[in-house]
Design a protein around this ligand. Sequence first.
Ligand code: AMP
Length: 281
Amino acid sequence: MLISAPMKTPLYSIRMHSSCRGSHLSGAERLVPQAELEAVAGQLLRRALEHSRGCADSIRLSVDAIAEPLVRSATLPDLATIRVTDYRQGREAAAVLLQHSGVSPRAVEIALATLAAGAAPDGGSMRGAMLLDAESGVRLEADPFRGVRVSRMDLSPEAALRLQQQLQRLGLNNPHVREALVLAGKVLATPGILAELCWSDDPDYTAGYVASAALGYRRLTQLKPLGEERGGRVFFIRDEGFDLTRLQRELEQAVLLFTDIGTIAGETPWEELRATLAAGA
Ligand code: AMP
C-alpha cells in the first residue's frame, strides 16, 4: 500500500446515520469539497430513506470541516473474487486465507464463531468492528456493542470513476463492494492491523471478504446464509505492544483519500486457489 506525503485539500467529512425504533439501520459517509456538500447530502438522505431493511424514523447527517487540511493519499488494495459453493465453504476459505496472512488458527476460530453468533453482547450485530489479538484471539475493543468505527476515507473523483469502470466489467459495480473496498483500504493502511474479515448484516447480501497486506482484498461469494441478519467485521491486531487508543484514533479520525486503484481481477474457484496456496506454502 502506497501512502504519499500529506497534501493540502479543503475537504469536509459528511456522515449519515439512520435508525428505526432505536436500532441502527444504515450509515454511509463521504469526503467532499464544499461545492459538493449539498448534492451529497441529498444522496445520503435518499439512501437512508430507501434502505432495504425498512424505513428510517431517525436520520442524522453530520458535516465536519477537516480542521487541518492534512489529507493523506493512498492506493486501494487489489481486488479478486473467490467463488465458493456455499457459505460453509466460504468460511473454510476465509479461515485458510486468514491463516495464510499470519492470523493464528485459534484467533480465526474465535472470529468466525463470534461473528456467526452475533458479536454484540445481546447476540446482535455490533455497530462497528471487533478488535482481536491475531495470536491469542482475545477481544480488545473497549465497547463490545459499538466496537471501532472506521471513518474519514473516500475515493478521489478520478479513482471513483476508474473503480466503477473496472467493477462494471465484472458486474460488481455496487455500493457494497465499492464502500467495503475503501473501508478495507483504510484498515490495511493502519499500522498494527494484520488482516480483516467481514460479512454484511444485510440479510440479502451474502458475500463477504478477507483483506490483508499479503493477499489484498479477497471477496468471497458467500459467507453467510440468505436471510441471516448477523454480520460484522473483525480487525486482527498484531501483537507488538501497540497503543490501542492510538490505533482506534487512526481508524476513526485519520483522513485518507484513495487517489488510485489496484488491480481488479475476476473470479477463481476456491478449489483452484486452495491448491495454489498449498503449493506455495
Ligand atoms: P455492512 O457491510 O455495512 O453490512 O456492515 C457489516 C458490519 O460491519 C456491521 O454490522 C458492523 O458491525 C460493521 N461495520 C459497518 N460499518 C463499519 C465501519 N464504518 N467501521 C467498522 N465496522 C463497521
